[in-house]
Design a protein. Structure first.
Length: 318
């Protein structure tokens, strides 16, 4: 697999992943939901039994390439969430969390309530060997920010398994790209990657689509590997990765005092707390806890000062 590191392969994951030994520390899969979406090279409406059988096959291959200590996240809609949860257990995976990503800008309906969530299963291959980096995803607690309770854990708290912080990407969003109909926000992937991998680990996405998993992994110092059926999507992914690399290089020149990682992690904490850089800078208590959490999350030495955090936030706010 050395020739596949930091690449995206144009091909069917059922063919590309076959016969490969375990090499992934983290897998994120956001497969077609079988609800009739228009994709470039995939018909997203087959008989339910065909879809479930197909899911069993690609999930089994993902289990084969996942390390014993690895984690496997799957995003899926309502229609097949129960089936995929059962499939995971049948394949020997252990379910750690059933996360619900609740977003704004849900899909509007007339005869039922608007759909405004996606299920994200967090499986591990070996319940005794899996890795989870809790320090990297902690957020301030209400006891800290609202009640100033001295009994609150100074290191913050773990996020809940209902994620309300991240909006669904709409066409007017700056992050939105044009070549793929279903694009995950980088903030969702950043939380998953931070919690279940460390720098230098291998992150894999069998349905690379818009490239969000691969781009976010690269920005966070992980290796990445992806498969994707569509040549056009692969071309778009490679362009997106190159654009991110160019931005990272530009930031190194303009943002010399701090690393790109410092800037990325500051933006990630803003997203996780659902606050703007301007709000943090203007609120003394918020800035204090923000700085504490940045040091907990990054484990940076020397630690960030409030003045340094303000400098980074000032750049983000421009």
């Amino acid at each position: 697999m050395s020739d596949k590191i930091d690449t995206v392969v144009c091909g069917d994951c059922l063919e590309v992943l076959g016969g490969i030994d375990s090499f992934c520390d983290l897998i994120f899969a956001d497969p077609p939901f079988n609800i009739g979406y228009q994709y470039d090279q995939y018909h997203d409406k087959v008989r339910p039994e065909e879809y479930v059988d197909w899911c069993r096959r690609w999930m089994s291959l993902c289990c084969d390439v996942l390390k014993e200590s690895g984690s496997f996240y799957i995003a899926i809609g309502d229609d097949y969430a129960a089936e995929l949860c059962v499939l995971g257990k049948e394949l020997g995976l252990t379910l750690r969390n059933w996360v619900v990503w609740h977003y704004t800008f849900g899909q509007q309906t007339k005869a039922k309530y608007a759909r405004s969530h996606t299920h994200i299963f967090y499986f591990v291959k070996n319940a005794k060997e899996f890795k989870f980096y809790d320090h990297a995803v902690r957020v301030p607690s209400e006891r800290q920010l609202i009640y100033a309770d001295k009994r609150a854990n100074p290191k913050g708290k773990m996020p809940d398994d209902t994620w309300n912080e991240y909006p669904r990407l709409c066409g007017t969003f700056k992050e939105r790209i044009g070549f793929h109909p279903c694009q995950m926000p980088e903030t969702v992937l950043a939380r998953i990657i931070a919690g279940s991998s460390k720098k230098g680990d291998m992150v894999m996405d069998p349905f690379s689509g818009s490239g969000t998993t691969l781009v976010t992994a690269m920005k966070m110092g992980r290796h990445y590997f992806g498969t994707e059926l569509s040549e056009d999507y692969v071309e778009g992914i490679n362009q997106r990765i190159q654009s991110a690399k160019d931005d990272m290089h530009s930031d190194r020149n303009l943002f010399y005092k701090f690393s790109y990682t410092d800037k990325f992690e500051t933006a990630r904490l803003c997203a996780d707390m659902a606050v703007t850089p301007e709000e943090v800078v203007k609120d003394e208590k918020l800035l204090y806890y923000f700085t504490v959490l940045m040091n907990v999350r990054t484990q940076r030495e020397p630690v960030f000062t409030e003045e340094e955090i303000c400098s980074i936030l000032g750049v983000l706010g421009k």
